[in-house]
Each structure stands twice: as C-alpha cells, then as structure tokens.
Design a protein around this ligand. Sequence first.
Ligand SMILES: [Zn+2]
Ligand SMILES: [Zn+2]
Length: 453
Amino acid sequence: MAYRFEGSLTRTDERLTRVYPFDVPEGTTHVNVALRYDPVHTEGATLPQQISMSVYGPHGWVAEINRPSDRFEGGTDIGPDPSPGTPPSHVEPGPWRLFLSTYRIVDVIATFEIDVTFRSEGATPALPTPPTPTDPPDLGPGWYRGDLHAHTWHSDGRWDSPALIAYMADHGLDFCTLTDHNTVTGLPEHLHLARDGFVTLGGSEMSTFRGHMLALGVYERVEWRRPDGTPIPVSEITDAIHAKGGTAVICHPMNPGDPWCCGCRWEHRDMMPGNADAVEIWNGIWDEETREGIALWQSWLDEGHRIVATSGTDHHGMAHHVEAAKRHRVAVNVVYADAFHRDAILDGVTRGHAYVSAGPTLALTAEDATGRTYTMGDALDDAGEVELVARWSEVPAGAHVTWVRDGVREPAGGDGAGEARLRVDPDAVRWITLEVWDDEGAWAISNPVYGRR
Ligand SMILES: [Zn+2]
Ligand SMILES: [Zn+2]
C-alpha cells in the first residue's frame, strides 16, 4: 500500500495549506514521505520555491519537513529512527493527514508529487532515550550576552547544535538559543550541550503565513493551524505559549516579505503587538529593516504598549551569513539575570532587563525617594520624581549616546565611556530609552524605563 498526491501550484496558491488524508496500515513501523517538485528555481531566478510539510497521526503531530529543497532527497523517515526535524516515535496505525504548506511559488506553474510509503520491520525497537539538559556552574547574578534566535539542520539551517554553539562561543557569547521552524527535535541535544561558562536556551519559531513568532522556553511544538489546515489566531497561540510558561516574540516584523521571504513580514493586524511579550527589532545584520523595526517598536511604546525589544542573529549556518556578519553590525542581547541559568536568562529577557548591542555596554538605573531602584524594563508606577543615571563604555569613535524620551532625542554624551543624568517626572513621560547611534545606524538600544503618562 502506498499513496501518491500530485498537482500543480501557481502564485495564487501562496500562503495556503493543502490537506491530504491517508491511512497507515496495522503493523507499520516506518513511514516515508517524499516530496518532489519542479522547478526548484525558475531559470535565472535566485529564489527557490518555499514549500514545507507537516504530518499528523491519529494523536497529533508526528513530523516536520522544513528544509532547503536540496535536502528533500530520499524523503523523510517517520518512526523510531527518524530524519532531523521529526521526533522518534512508534508509528500508530489509523487516519493520518499531511499538510502541504506553500509559502512562495516562484512565478511559474510548479508541479509536485508526494509519495507516502510504509514499511514493517516486525518488532518495533525501543525509542532512544533523549539526552538530559546540562546546567553549567551558576556564575551568579549578572549581565550576560547572547543570542535568542538561530536554526540548525532540524529545520532549514546547515549547522548541527555543536557547530552552532561553537560559533556563538567563539564570538564571545555566554548563551545561545535554538529556535528551529515548527519543530523542537533539536532541543534535547542543544540543552544537553551547555557547558562551563555557556548556557543553552530553547524554543521554536512558528512560521505562519503572515509572520513568524518565537516561543522561547517552550520545549514542545506549538501548533499554529487547526486540523483542517486553517490558521489559529495568533493571540490564541500566544495564550498557549504563556500557558506553557513561555515568552512570545514577534520576529523580524519589517522583513521585506514577498517575494524575498513569503510570510516573513509581520502582517497579523490583530497583533500589533497584542499580547506578545517582545519584538525582535534587530534581526541579523544592521539594515533598513532594522531601522524600521526600531521605529515600529517605538510607535507601539507611544501607543502605551509595554513590550520588550530583543535581537536575534537568525543564524542558519550559511557561509554567506557568516561572511556578512564579519562586515556588518550584528546585535546580541545583553540580559541581567538573577542566575546563570536558562530560566533566569529568559526571565530577564521577559522583564526587559536587557538591551541589544553590537558592541557598546550600557547601564540605566534610577532610585526613588524610598530607596527603591529601577533599571531598564522597569515601570515607575509608584515612584515620585527620579533621577535616571546612564553609564556607557565601548561606544565607537564618531557615535553618540542619546536619551529618547517618548520618541524625542536628547543628547547624553559622546564616544568612549561616560555618564549622564536626567531628572524625570513619571507623570510627564511614557517611556525613556538610552541609545547609541552614528551616521550608519544604531549600535545599541536599551529597553525602556516606563513612566505613567
Ligand atoms: Zn523567521
Ligand atoms: Zn528564524
């Protein structure tokens, strides 16, 4: 018994899920799903088709097939020894269904074939025991630098976790986060590979057809579609992330989108920013998209939302990304954590006790008349007039440090290291950040201290 689904796709099929039901016979121990499509690229075009698949058994999700087109070869194995992106499982007989997700169809008709085949190897082997998380020695409370967004070969990245961690550690980071698209199968190994002086965090990135969202600190797959393939409203997905104790981050909101990266621009009009916890204002290298991301975030602050700003390398291990990162500014997250542990770092991010920086070091503090202290991410809800104290170092030559108060810039100081103070009436201000810019763009952006205006 086998199934073949075939058809054709055009531009009008972009951002759609097609659902294909099939039955898995009793006694099956291995399922293989093979997708072929033609053409992979249009002639002369740089963009490939952008297609992925998700597979569901009688009791839920069993496989994710979300890779560069050259890795669809040989199909995807589902069973006790599966392909990357798919968790080890005992195959359950009964009604299954396959989602074919078409993000980008390059500007011609594409034909596709999906072959689903079954194999029985008698007694099913025991499932492998996943590696357990490693907690490196706690270095105590402090400011830690790291990345919140990266991919491996469990989705569309080129690296495995050891290569990703080696890259991030070589670049002086204290932590990195694996967030593969729509799967969490890389997390057990990634969390296990933490080591002295280096913490690993995990989550996943949901690739909806109208924008991407990180579910940080959620170690199981987060569903973004209903069984019939229709999308779940993002505010409901965010509620589900919160119910699992996770942090929801709107990714690369001002990505150019079509046709470069279909579904990558944030277009969920009901989530601007809704109940999201954070927005990734700086994705990958500095570019116009980053400038627009910062402007979008600050427009949300102006509207009274209190939402954390983060950065993400979004590393996929491609050689051209590695080269670009050498020549351009890439921001890391500098986070105040109560402990050197994945939960504490994520807690610091969620509280906004963090800034994004491509080099400079920032500090922003205040103390009110009762002796209570505040830092970036905190709200002056009960405070009287306070004096904010900014300190910085490693600000590059030619760059300048500014306060940004409700969108209005006020100079704070120049390059190198320095200190500035600003008296603030919490009733007269909605938000204040500390930022470092030069003519090319930003070097560092703090999370706000919030007033009551
Ligand atoms: Zn993305
Ligand atoms: Zn990503």
